[in-house]
Each structure stands twice: as structure tokens, then as C-alpha cells.
Design a protein around this ligand. Structure first.
Ligand SMILES: Cc1cc2nc3c(=O)[nH]c(=O)nc-3n(C[C@H](O)[C@H](O)[C@H](O)COP(=O)(O)OP(=O)(O)OC[C@H]3O[C@@H](n4cnc5c(N)ncnc54)[C@H](O)[C@@H]3O)c2cc1C
Ligand code: FES
Ligand code: FES
Length: 1368
């Protein structure tokens, strides 16, 4: 910076600029020192110890970092509250504001806030990592609303918060108690009927009006719940009436004048916050390279993920001239810094107040903003920020352009010019702003009579997702000689080019014409040529995106026709069935219903107890690995990763890294003291790649620095030179090149398939292929480990976020060449695992241990979300090739099946996953002749791994595909084929196991009655007849899931139980608490065993030095196994206490324990359990693979928009047999969570890898590596009616207290949604005369749904057999 700039800056800054930055955090005043401009609010909060606010993604996509920010608005004389993502908020952007975090509203010592209390009691927190974010979103809604929010508002408000565990239903129910309700929905029952806790809702834990069904203290009773809850009273005073401890807005901040700020940050960053436009312009002229920033939702992403570096940041949030909101004669003037939620408010106001014909643009804007990001983003993101980013998929820019908006631009000299929005966007992220200009404001003109504006958007996920294609369209009619002619029209698309694109040829073609069906046909033909997308355009999905452009116009045509007809201008309106093209999606609130039998056993077993850590989780007090206070001198690590799919490493140059700030060390393969060869079953991986890399994201080394950011920066500076080698990037390529992991060929045979096919007894034979997509775990807590050495490296200890502490112990011991006895791994809880932290967490900890070992300092490693997603493996994609023979009645006689899974570059658990897929490949169907062969494919992707269901869902999904195909071939409904082929009690499975205690038909019949299947079929058919462009579909799908590890030796469990002299009990066992409520169930078992209250039992962290050699927490069997081990320990202690207890019959447990102590009786025991009578021999392909089976069935009803591929689930009804549930509330939570996760797998979550079908992605790279591109279900994706019932009166003789395992079995039931979607598509295709069978891969994204709904639009772009691309 020259001296001239310094001089100018001095002038620009003048006297009044302040370097004093003050914020309040949870009521405590904090002076922010200068030099922190590089920090986000989240980093700051966590650094000052407020670790309740979590880092889930760092890109505004998950809501785990939600906090409430309050600022005092002088002109309104009140404080305003809004929820924001702390991960994107620059620290200084909240200067002068009050930040309230989850710790600030309640805690376990002072008491919980009602929002926290309700969530804890309602089972709305499982792993708890997302929980503080939900709490803060809800809390802010209450404080920012003058009135109680409606239920719709609550659901809408939670769209920016993701939860991977609960399935959202309990969260919504927990928060619904704060909603404004229709009193008539509630009975008049008051606390009188809820006294003595007898009608505490077993599902939500809140007082509930479940009427006659009460929790009984007797051994068994039936509970049905799901009616609305009683609302909590609300005070209007700033929402702060829930407790007298509510934090108020700090008086100092109310009185204090906001000052312009001039501050700095690490690396020479300058941060300015001017208050007046003149100051902005002066600074702008001093620093032409400066970056304006408002919400930082774009700039933050650029700096974090695209490595952009901005040295001068000018925050224009507080500049009055940029915040104008004026209603003028010619339209609305909107300042460039106006936030999107402010824009929504004013738009709502003007649409309510002004004549309807004037506000068509405003309505379109409002509708579009509904689907624009989540609330937290809209609260900070600005109108100007969106415009000036000029993203080709901006949701608003097509609307500004179509509406004829004008942009006011001001330059450094204060000169203002106006440019039409349609002329403003010049190219990819390029706008008509000179280097000395900024956007001042936008003028949105009122619409005229007979002028209509409409918005369109289609994304992967409806809520909080960026568009695949969007559009803004406007038309204006004038009457000419009695006819209505098109006087003006604008058609603008986003998502089809590098810039928002006007369909100019189509516009020209249309102007001056009459708006009729003939014109529509011609216009579509012109439009088709007008909007061109290259076959290799970034983003792919070309045929779909092109179809959308026409579909949108078709919808626009129908809508305009309808509007003109409604106004009496057109005689003819839209035919009733065609109206379905234009009905707006409006989501009513969801409704949950749960029903189960309570079978109580002792003091606690069988009761719907809340998760033991729930109170800690809702208050932010629960510690995860990254929250644990670090030991002194802790260093931070980042992995050095391969950028090539398959290559030889030629050289590694670390010279630039070494001079990077804070750098401490780089460790490569040569630095590993022990073995570099690692692996779960076979040692086929290298901890640090030494010569060859075999996938993008493979670890080459680890960089350590003083901070996480510095470690990442240094690792970016390590330069690796490669020589590329051929890479295998799909299952098909692997099969073609015989690229399989060694010794992974498997075969199961029953009967004689060949004979059956040759004999001619099959009336029909069908052959086909099924592709099954993979899935990212997306646990909210990323992989993390803290490793430190003891006694100069003689021992190593670690805290790890893992499902397998024992495996961490093994890996670390191996790479450091230490005996297992000197390595300890502890895990208190993890923020979700789902299989993703079963084996793939090990190498992360092992890598950190190498650095810690060499440096003799603690090393912490926390993976960024994108790295985590890229390198730690996913659910295996599969390819199934089937040949199935059956009779004309639908009885299946023979199945010949080949299964291939995509293992990636190491074996990991892939063989076991394949084996389970093979075991489950007949799902629930009794087929006399079966042959199933399988093989594990080697590909150049990161190693795939365990994921809930462990191959079972893939095998069953392939099965349901051929079932569905048989049904189509025979013109029957699939449910009929299913029923006809069900297994029965005593069936012998294709691997020789005898089916015992089979409750399949009971489950099925109960579901059929519950969903009233025949009536549902009738009503769906009726709907489909009446609606051309919306179709509904239904399906019922069963499941049978085998419980046990298929590796026999893993079916063992240990536990340690101590009884203390105060009568409390400490339990440690080998299982990990990852949200599934394992510790709660274990505590219930111990409490019931000792006949003491649950509160007397504490389950401590999992630790390899307490219980050795534990299997990973996986395979759903942990409450069975650890429960039995704990019971064994309790029984041993009880037996020792018995003589004393029998002498002291009236004494309490504590008194007996004390008496035992005085008698020198050992009150500690180790318990052990092995699952009996199991074992499978692959050599003969026969055996008892599983201890028992968990059965279930689900019904789903969906509705699709055939023009866009949009869908939603209207109904999900699930029945499961869980024996006598140990804790029905937790089990219901597992079912709901698994089902919603399953919906993600079958309908939303698409992994896009750089492969032959996705050439626009670099080979071997993962494109979908964050919540921005990878969409897991959000709260608005849950079924509108969501019913879960547990089968009653079915004790399971094979597991503890007659219970059954639950974690994985319900996952597959979500396939009912996939087959319901397919059913709806069948109805759509029938409209066009297509009755043939067609494939539908999972996930059934809008692309797959739309392209399968063949019509005159899709035919322009794809053949009827078109099969959208999928990475498998
Ligand atoms: C999780 C997430 C979800 C999102 N969802 C959507 C979505 O659904 N639809 C969509 O369209 N976008 C979406 N976005 C993109 C982004 O939120 C919007 O573009 C937002 O409006 C940007 O506003 P901002 O104030 O945060 O911009 P900032 O990041 O502060 O600034 C963005 C750019 O605008 C420039 N700028 C700001 N004000 C001016 C001015 N007055 N004059 C000149 N230049 C200026 C800045 O210098 C910068 O280059 C999403 C982003 C995230 C992180
Ligand atoms: S961490 Fe901030 S939104 Fe995910
Ligand atoms: S409880 Fe929501 S992510 Fe685990």
C-alpha cells in the first residue's frame, strides 16, 4: 500500500473511527481485541469455552452452529433477535450485539429452559450434536415473534437445521407445545388428569392427552400417542417470560452509539465497518481491491472453500443508505444491504396492503424466498450480495430480470446511474459494475393490470437447497380489437448457462400473439432451441435441466391462462385435470403417531425413559471429542491428501509448508515407527501412501501446526508431483477389467437353479440389472481424535470419536510399534456414527498418533466436513444382475443372482458387507431354487465401509426390484406378489438357517389393516384420474433383518459393574453411545436387576482399559450383547450381596451395599456374554448366520409433480416386531430416524463422483462433499402422516428381557417410499400409453422421477428408455 493510499485512508477514516469492539455473550460483556478479523463468531465462541455451539459443516448448511444474535434497533426502539450460523459470521460483524448461545438459556445446574426441557423429554435428542442448533433456532423464534408461532412456522423455521438421528418427528413434537393452536383441537383436560405423572406421554415425555391409554405401573399396557400436545403459555414481552432467568438485552448496548470500526486480523487483514455511504465510497477509492461484505454467506464460502484471499473487507451492514426500504409510486426501493428476511417482511406487507394487480412481482419474490436457503442464512444474506455474486443459479436474479427491476449504482464520486437488471449480468459471476462502483439499491416496479409474474425453482431438496434450474417469467396483455394480445413478456432462466439467461428468441416470437394452445406448442418448439445446454455442461443432468425449462414454461402458460380466466378476460380456463400443473406446493404440518405395548420389567426395563444424556445435550453441556479441554501444548493436525485417483508419487516438496505460519512438522511414511501396513481384516492399506496413491483423498502424510487453520494452510503448500496411472472408477469398469479384491468370491446355493430354468416349469423368466446408489453417513460430528503420549511415548492415550475404541487401540499400537497394553482409547459419546466410525476412524487417529509420538505433544485432529466426506468411505453402491423364474400366478420358483459391491481401494469391511447383502438377497421370499454369487470390486475410490444395514438394504432393494418387475409383467400389484411368496415359520433359508418365531405375516397383516391398503389404492387411483400432472402412488414393503455379527468371534461382549456404598452403580461396557440410547438401555437393565431407580445407575465412558477387546458398536446387537454382559455382572454381585440382603430385608439397597462393604464383600464384577448357537461356514455355504430376525413392514403414499420431479411423502405407516421393547421411546426413535435416513438413501442423497458418466467432475473426485451439494432429508421431508406401531404380544425368546434389536432393521423400510414413487410414475406413464416395465435407481431424485414420467416434453430431449446417470 503506497503512502498515497495511507493518506487517502486517513482522510476516509477521519477522527471518529473506533478500534474498540464490544459484544455481549450470554449476558457477559466482552471486549474484542483488535487482530481477530480472520475469526468467525463460531471460532471465537469455542475458543472462549462455549463449546455447546458445534461445528458441523462450516458452510451454513447444517445449523449445528446456530446462535441467537440480538441488536438494538433505534428507530423501532426495540431489540431484534435473529438466528444465525456462527460458522459464517465474521466475529466483528456482531460488534455491538448480544449473542446468546445454548449455554446462555439454561443448564443442568440452574435449570433448563422450557425449549430445552421439552426437547429432552420428548426424545428429540439422540446423539445430541445437532441439538444445540435446534434449541437455538426454536428459542430465537419464540423471542423474535410477538405472538406464539404457528406449527407451520415452527417447521419452516427449522429448515436450516439438520439432524441425522431422530427423523425430526420428536423434535417437531417437542417444539409444537410452544405453538399457537386451535384450542378446539385439544380436549379440556388439565393438570388434574396429568397428576402423579400418570399421563406423561410415553413418546414425548410431556404431559399429553392420550386419553384412555395411560402408562401403567403394572407389567403390561398398551400406549397410543400422537395427538396434539397442550400448548405452553407465552408472554408477549420479548419472548422472555419462560423463566425469570432469561437474559435481557444489555442496557449498555441499548445506550451505546454504534461506531464505525477499523480493525485488523491475522495475515494483514483489514476490517472496516463504515456507517455512511460516503465512508464506503472513500474506502472503496482507497482500496479498489477491497471486498464489500454483508452476510458473508458468499464471501465466507469463497475464502474457506475456494481459498480466495481478501486483505481488505468493508462490512456495509450498517450503512443507512444501503438499508433503505421505501414504498414509492413507481415501485419498491430496496437498499443493497437489506437482508432477505427484511425483504420478506416488507413484501408481505405490501402484498397485503396494495391492490393485487400491482404486487404480482412481489408475490413471486415472496414465493421464491420461501425456498431460499434456511432461516439462518436469510437472516444475514443481503439482496445486494445475491445480485452482485451473479451466481448462475441465483434464485432472485431471474426474477429481478423478468420483473423489469432497475439497479441503482453509485461510484466513488457519488454519481448514480441506473441499469436494467436484464442488462446487469455480463458473464459468469461478472456484472456491470466498474471498479469504482457499488450497488446502491434496487427498484422493483409494481405490476400493471393484466401483468403477471411467476417464479419457478427445482432443486434436489425443496427446502434449503440451491436450484438445479430456476426461472422468473412475466407477461403483460393488452386488448387489441377485442382480443387479448401479448404486449410484453420476459422469460429468464437460471441454472442453464454461466449467467441468468433470457430466452430472447422465445420472447420475440411470443410478443404480439394470442395466448392459446396453438401458441403453446409453437412456443415450446422455439424455447427448446433457445435454451441450449452443452452435453458436458457443469452440473450434468442435461436432459433433465432442458426438460425443466419447458416444463416451467408449460406451467407458466397454464397459470397465466387460469389467472386470465379468473379475471374474466379469457372465456376458457384450464381444464380441471390440468390445474394440477399449477397448484402450489403447500405443506401442512406433519403429524406423528406411535403405538406400542409397555411391558415393564422391574424398576426401569420396558419404560420409555428419556436418553440419559439428553439434559446435557440440550444445554450444550455434553462434551464431544472436539469439545474436551485440550492438554497444554496441544497441536493441531491436517491430513496431506492425494489429489489423484491412481498415480505414482514422484516427489514431495515441503519447502513452502515449512515456512508457513505456525508449522511444526510434516510426517510421511518414512516417519512411521511401526508398521505402515494397516487394515481392518487384511492389511491392504498404507497409513501414509509411500509410492503409489490409489484414490483421491488417500492420506500421504500429516501436517501439524499451532492451529487447525495453520495446519491446513501448511498442508496446502506441500507440493506432490505424480505420474498418473489408469484408474478404475465404477463397478462396471471393475468387472470389465476383472478388478476384484483377492479371495472375495462368494456363493450361496439352495435347490438347483439351472434345473429349474431348464425344466420349463417357470411360466416366465425375467432378467435385468439393478444399480444401487451409495450414501454418505453424514453423522453431524465429523471424525476427530485427540492423542497424547505419556512417559515420553512409553504409553499413548487418546480420545476418539469412534464406534470402535478397541480398533483404535489396535491401529495405534501397530503403527507405533507398541503393545496393546500401553495404548488406551476412550470414547464418551459420539455425534452419530451409523457405521461410518466403525473402521474408517482408525486411520485418522493412527495418523495423529504418529505426529504426537514424534513431537511428544498432544495432537488433535478434526476433519473438515468436505475432507470427511471425501476420504472416509460411504455406503457401498451395488450392481445386481438377476434372472428370476416364476409362474403366471406370481409364485417365484428360481432366482439366479450376481451381486457386486464397490469396495474402493481397500477391502475394509466390504466382504462382510457383500456377505450380508447375499444373506438378505431374498428379503422375505421363499424361493425353492436360489443361487447367489457375489464379488467385491476394487476401484480407485476411498474405501467404502459399514453403514446402517451393512449391505442388507442393498440386497433387499435388489430383491424388491425384481418383485416389482414380476408384478408389472403379470399386471398385478407388487403387494400381491409379495404376499404370495412370503417365508413361513419353519422355512429353510438359502443359507440353511431355519426360520423360527417368524412374525412376518402378523406384521404384514397388522400394517395392511392399519393403512387400509385397499382403500388407499382406491383413493390414489381416484386422485390420479383427476390430476394429469400430479400423481400419487402407494407401496407396502416388508423386511427381515438378521441379528448378529456374521463373523462369529465378534459376538462377544464384556462389562464392568461397580456398586458403591451409597447405593449407586457405575457401569462400563464395551459399547459406544452414539445417540442410539445404548447407555440408557444398559442403565435400565442394571437398575431393574438391582431393583433400584434408574437415577442410581451411571454409565461411564467406553474405555479400552476398563473393558478389553470389545467388538465395534455395530450390527444392532449391542443392547442384546452388552445388556446381557451387564446383567451377568449384576447377577454376580447380587449373588454375593444376597446373604446380607436376606438378613436385612427392610434395608435399602444403599444400606445393604454398605453392610456388604463392612463384611468385605467384593461389590465389583466383570460380566461376559457370547451369543449362543450361531456360526456360518462359508466353505459349505450353510449354517446359522443369525441369532434371530427382526421383522417389519412399511406402507408409504407419495405425491409427485410429473413436470418437475418434485415429490413428497404423504403417509408413512410402519409396523415392527421388537419383542418386548427395553425402551419403546428409544426404539421408536430408532425406527423413525432409520426410516428418514432411508428416505435420504432412496430419494434424496446422490453421490456424484468424477467417473465416465460425470466428466465435468475431476476423475476420482467427489463433487457432493458438503451439505450444499449433498442433501440429506430436512424436517420438511418427513411424511405428513408418520405412524409407527410395535407389534404387541410377541416376546423374543432369543434376547435379553425378550427384546429385539432395532438399529438397522427399519432402515430398509424406507424403500416403500421408492416403490410408491415408482407406482406414481407408472400412473404418469400410463397417461402417455407407456405400460412397460422401467428401471428406477435410487436415489429417486427429481431428475429420475421427471425423466421417468415420459411425456411430450421429455421426448424432445431423451428417448423413452433414457436412464439417468448414477455413480456406482
Ligand atoms: C447455506 C447457503 C444456502 C444458500 N442458498 C441460496 C439459495 O437458495 N438461493 C440463492 O440464490 N443463493 C443461495 N445462497 C447464496 C448466498 O446466500 C446469497 O447469494 C446471498 O444473498 C449473498 O448475500 P450476502 O450478503 O451474504 O453476500 P456476501 O457474501 O456478503 O457478498 C457477496 C458478494 O456481493 C458483493 N456485494 C455485497 N454488497 C454489495 C454492494 N452493495 N455492491 C457491490 N457488491 C456487493 C460482495 O463484495 C461479494 O462479492 C446460499 C448460500 C449459503 C451459504
Ligand atoms: S456448522 Fe454452521 S451451518 Fe454447519
Ligand atoms: S441427534 Fe440430531 S444429529 Fe444426532
Amino acid at each position: 500500500m503506497g503512502s498515497l493510499t495511507a493518506e487517502k485512508e486517513k482522510l476516509a477514516l477521519g477522527e471518529e473511527w473506533s478500534e474498540e469492539a464490544i459484544i455481549y455473550v450470554n449476558g457477559v460483556r466482552r471486549v474484542l481485541p483488535d487482530g481477530l478479523a480472520h475469526l468467525t463468531l463460531l471460532q471465537y465462541l469455542r475458543e472462549i469455552g462455549l463449546t455447546g455451539t458445534k461445528l458441523g459443516c462450516g458452510e451454513g448448511g447444517c445449523g449445528a452452529c446456530t446462535v441467537m444474535v440480538s441488536s438494538y434497533e433505534r428507530h423501532m426502539k426495540k431489540s431484534m433477535h435473529f438466528a444465525i450460523n456462527a460458522c459464517l459470521a465474521p466475529l466483528y460483524s456482531v460488534e455491538g450485539m448480544h449473542i446468546i448461545t445454548v449455554e446462555g438459556i439454561g443448564n443442568c445446574q440452574r435449570g433448563l429452559h422450557p425449549v430445552q426441557e421439552s426437547l429432552a423429554q420428548a426424545h428429540g435428542s439422540q446423539c445430541g450434536f445437532c441439538t444445540p442448533g435446534f434449541v437455538m433456532s426454536m428459542y430465537t423464534l419464540l423471542r423474535s415473534n410477538k405472538q406464539q408461532p404457528s406449527e407451520e412456522q415452527i417447521e419452516e423455521n427449522l429448515a436450516g437445521n439438520l439432524c441425522r438421528c431422530t427423523g425430526y418427528r420428536p423434535i417437531v413434537d417437542a417444539f409444537r407445545v410452544f405453538a399457537k393452536t386451535d384450542d378446539s383441537l385439544y380436549t379440556n383436560s388439565t393438570s388434574a388428569s396429568t397428576s402423579k405423572g400418570e399421563t406423561i406421554c410415553p413418546s414425548t415425555g410431556k404431559p399429553c392427552l392420550c386419553g384412555k391409554d395411560k402408562v401403567s405401573s403394572s407389567t403390561s399396557s398398551v400406549v397410543a400417542c400422537g395427538k396434539k400436545h397442550q400448548s405452553v403459555s407465552f408472554s408477549e414481552i420479548d419472548g422472555n417470560a419462560y423463566t425469570d432467568k432469561e437474559l435481557i438485552f444489555p442496557p449498555e448496548l441499548r445506550l451505546r452509539n454504534i461506531m464505525p470500526l477499523s480493525l485488523h486480523g491475522f495475515g494483514g487483514i483489514k476490517w472496516y465497518r463504515p456507517l455512511r455511504l460516503q465512508h464506503v465510497l472513500d474506502l472503496w477509492s482507497c482500496y479498489p481491491e477491497a471486498k464489500l461484505v454483508v452476510g458473508n454467506t458468499e464471501v465466507g464460502i469463497e475464502t474457506k472453500f475456494k481459498k480466495a484471499q481478501y486483505k481488505v473487507l468493508i462490512s456495509v451492514t450498517h450503512v443507512a443508505e444501503l438499508n433503505v426500504l421505501n414504498v414509492k409510486d413507481e415501485g419498491m426501493e430496496i437498499g443493497a444491504s437489506v437482508r432477505l428476511t427484511q425483504l420478506q417482511e416488507i413484501l408481505r406487507k405490501v402484498t397485503a396492503e396494495r391492490p393485487c394487480h400491482e404486487t404480482s412481482s412481489c408475490t413471486a419474490m415472496l414465493e421464491q424466498l420461501k425456498w431460499f436457503a434456511g432461516k439462518q442464512i436469510r437472516n444475514v444474506a443481503s439482496v445486494g450480495g445475491n445480485i452482485c455474486t451473479a451466481s448462475p443459479i441465483s434464485d432472485l436474479n431471474p426474477l429481478w430480470m423478468a420483473s423489469g427491476a432497475k439497479f441503482q449504482i453509485v461510484n466513488c464520486k457519488g454519481n448514480i446511474r441506473t441499469v436494467l437488471a436484464k442488462d446487469f449480468f455480463l458473464g459468469y459471476r461478472k456484472v456491470d459494475l466498474q471498479h469504482d462502483e457499488i450497488l446502491l439499491s434496487i427498484l422493483l416496479p409494481w405490476t400493471r393490470p393484466f401483468e403477471f409474474v411467476k417464479e419457478f425453482k427445482q432443486a434436489h431438496r425443496r427446502e434449503d437447497d440451491i436450484a438445479l434450474v430456476n426461472a422468473g417469467m412475466r407477461i403483460w396483455f393488452r386488448k387489441d380489437e377485442g382480443s387479448w394480445m401479448i404486449s410484453d413478456i420476459s422469460i429468464v432462466y437460471g441454472g442453464v448457462a454461466a449467467v441468468s439467461l433470457t430466452a430472447s428468441k422465445t420472447e420475440t416470437f411470443l410478443i404480439g400473439n394470442k395466448w392459446d394452445m396453438k401458441l403453446l406448442e409453437d412456443a415450446l418448439s422455439v424455447l427448446k432451441e433457445d435454451i441450449c445446454l452443452a452435453h458436458d455442461a457443469p452440473g450434468g443432468m442435461i436432459e433433465f435441466r432442458k426438460s425443466l425449462t419447458l416444463s416451467f414454461f408449460y406451467k407458466f402458460f397454464m397459470w397465466v391462462t387460469h389467472e386470465m380466466n379468473q379475471k374474466g378476460a379469457f372465456k376458457e380456463g384450464v381444464h380441471a385435470t390440468q390445474l394440477s400443473a399449477i397448484q402450489r406446493y403447500a405443506r401442512p404440518t406433519s403429524d406423528g403417531n406411535q403405538s406400542y405395548e409397555l411391558v415393564r420389567h422391574g424398576t426401569a426395563v420396558g419404560l420409555p425413559m428419556a436418553h440419559l444424556s439428553s439434559k446435557l445435550q440440550v444445554t450444550g453441556g455434553a462434551e464431544y471429542t472436539d469439545d474436551t479441554p485440550t492438554p497444554p501444548h496441544t497441536l493441531h493436525a491436517a491430513l496431506l491428501l492425494s489429489k489423484r485417483a491412481h498415480a505414482r508419487i514422484l516427489s514431495i516438496d515441503d519447502s513452502f509448508a515449512k515456512s508457513s505460519p505456525g508449522f511444526v512438522g510434516l510426517f510421511l511414511s518414512r516417519d512411521i515407527p511401526g508398521s505402515n501396513k494397516i487394515g481392518t481384516i487384511v492389511h491392504d492399506e498404507e497409513l501414509f501412501a509411500s509410492e503409489i496413491v490409489t484414490c483421491v483423498g488417500q492420506v500421504v502424510g500429516i501436517v501439524v501446526a499451532d492451529t487447525h487453520e495453520n495446519a491446513k494452510a501448511a498442508s496446502d503448500k506441500v507440493n506432490i508431483e505424480y505420474k498418473d496411472l489408469p484408474a478404475i472408477l465404477s463397478i462396471r469398469e471393475a468387472i470389465k477389467s476383472c478388478s476384484f479384491h483377492p479371495n472375495t468370491e462368494r456363493c450361496l446355493v439352495k435347490g438347483d437353479v439351472k434345473w429349474c430354468f431348464d425344466s420349463g416349469i417357470c411360466d416366465r423368466i425375467a432378467e435385468g440389472e439393478v444399480q444401487v446408489g451409495g450414501q454418505e453417513h453424514f453423522y453431524l460430528e465429523p471424525h476427530s481424535s485427540l492423542v497424547w503420549t505419556v512417559d515420553s511415548g512409553n504409553e499413548v492415550h487418546m480420545l476418539s470419536s469412534t464406534q470402535a475404541p478397541y480398533a483404535h487401540q489396535i491401529f495405534v499400537a501397530l503403527v507405533l510399534d507398541l503393545p496393546l497394553s500401553k495404548v488406551v482409547c476412550k470414547t464418551k459419546r459420539i455425534g452419530g456414527g451409523f457405521g461410518g466410525k466403525e473402521t474408517r476412524s482408525c486411520f485418522v487417529a493412527a495418523a495423529a498418533s504418529v505426529a504426537s509420538y514424534h513431537l511428544r505433544r498432544p495432537v488433535k485432529i478434526v476433519l473438515d466436513r468436505d475432507v470427511d466426506m471425501m476420504i472416509t468411505g460411504q455406503r457401498h453402491s451395488f450392481l445386481g444382475k438377476y434372472k428370476v423364474g416364476y409362474t403366471n400366478d406370481g409364485k417365484i420358483l428360481a432366482l439366479d443372482l450376481e451381486l457386486y459391491n464397490n469396495a474402493g481401494n481397500s477391502l475394509d469391511l466390504s466382504l462382510s458387507v457383500l456377505e450380508r447383502a447375499m444373506f438378505h438377497s431374498e428379503n422375505v421370499y421363499d424361493i425353492p431354487h436360489i443361487k447367489v454369487r457375489g464379488q467385491v470390486c476394487y476401484t480407485n475410490f476411498p474405501s467404502n465401509t459399514a453403514f446402517r444395514g451393512f449391505g442388507g438394504p442393498q440386497g433387499m432393494l435388489i430383491a424388491e426390484n425384481w418383485i416389482q418387475r414380476i408384478a408389472v409383467d403379470l399386471h398385478k400389484i407388487p403387494e400381491e406378489i409379495r404376499e404370495l411368496n412370503f417365508h413361513n415359520e419353519g422355512s429353510v433359508l438359502h443359507y440353511g438357517q431355519l426360520l423360527q418365531n417368524c412374525t412376518l405375516r402378523q406384521v404384514w397383516d397388522e400394517l395392511k389393516a392399519s393403512c387400509d391398503f385397499l382403500k388407499a389404492r382406491e383413493s390414489v387411483s381416484h386422485f390420479n384420474l383427476q390430476n394429469r400432472w400430479k400423481k400419487r402412488g402407494i407401496a407396502m414393503v416388508p423386511t427381515k433383518f438378521g441379528i448378529s455379527f456374521t463373523a462369529k468371534h465378534m459376538n462377544q461382549a464384556g462389562a464392568l459393574v461397580h456398586v458403591y456404598t451409597d447405593g449407586t452403580v457405575l457401569v462400563t461396557h464395551g459399547g459406544v453411545e452414539m445417540g442410539q440410547g445404548l447407555h440408557t438401555k444398559i442403565a435400565q437393565i442394571a437398575a431393574s436387576s438391582f431393583n433400584i431407580p434408574l437415577s442410581s445407575v451411571f454409565v461411564s465412558e467406553t474405555s479400552t482399559d476398563k473393558v478389553p477387546n470389545s467388538s465395534p458398536t455395530a450390527a444392532s446387537a449391542n443392547s442384546d450383547m452388552y445388556g446381557a454382559a451387564v446383567l451377568d455382572a449384576c447377577e454376580q454381585i447380587k449373588a454375593r450381596m444376597q446373604p446380607i440382603a436376606s438378613r436385612n430385608k427392610e434395608s435399602s439397597f444403599a444400606e445393604v451395599a454398605r453392610a456388604c462393604y463392612m463384611e468385605r464383600i467384593d461389590l465389583s464384577a466383570h460380566g461376559f456374554y457370547i451369543t449362543p448357537d450361531i456360526g456360518f461356514d462359508w466353505k459349505v455355504g450353510k449354517g446359522t448366520a443369525f441369532n434371530y430376525y427382526t421383522y417389519g413392514a412399511a406402507f408409504a403414499e407419495v405425491e409427485i409433480d410429473t413436470l418437475t420431479g418434485d415429490f413428497h411423502t404423504r403417509v408413512a405407516d410402519i409396523v415392527m416386531d421388537l419383542g418386548h421393547s427395553l425402551n419403546p421411546a428409544i426404539d421408536i426413535g430408532q425406527i423413525e430416524g432409520a426410516f428418514i435416513q432411508g428416505i435420504g438413501w432412496i430419494a434424496l442423497e446422490e453421490l456424484k463422483w468424477g467417473d465416465a458418466d460425470h466428466k465435468w467432475i475431476r476423475p476420482g473426485n467427489l463433487y457432493t462433499c458438503g451439505p450444499g451439494t449433498y442433501k440429506i432429508p430436512s424436517v420438511n421431508d418427513i411424511p405428513l402422516k408418520f405412524k409407527v406401531s410395535l407389534l404387541k404380544g410377541v416376546p423374543n425368546p432369543r434376547a435379553i428381557h425378550s427384546s429385539k434389536a432395532v438399529g438397522e432393521p427399519p432402515f430398509f423400510l424406507a424403500s416403500a417410499v421408492l416403490f410408491a414413487i415408482k407406482d406414481a410414475i407408472i400412473a404418469a406413464r400410463a397417461e402417455e400409453g407407456h405400460f412397460d416395465w422401467f428401471p428406477l435407481d435410487n436415489p429417486a431424485t427429481p431428475e429420475r422421477i421427471r425423466m421417468a414420467c415420459i411425456d411430450s416434453i421429455t421426448k424432445h430431449f431423451a428417448s423413452p428408455n433414457y436412464h439417468p446417470k448414477l455413480s456406482v
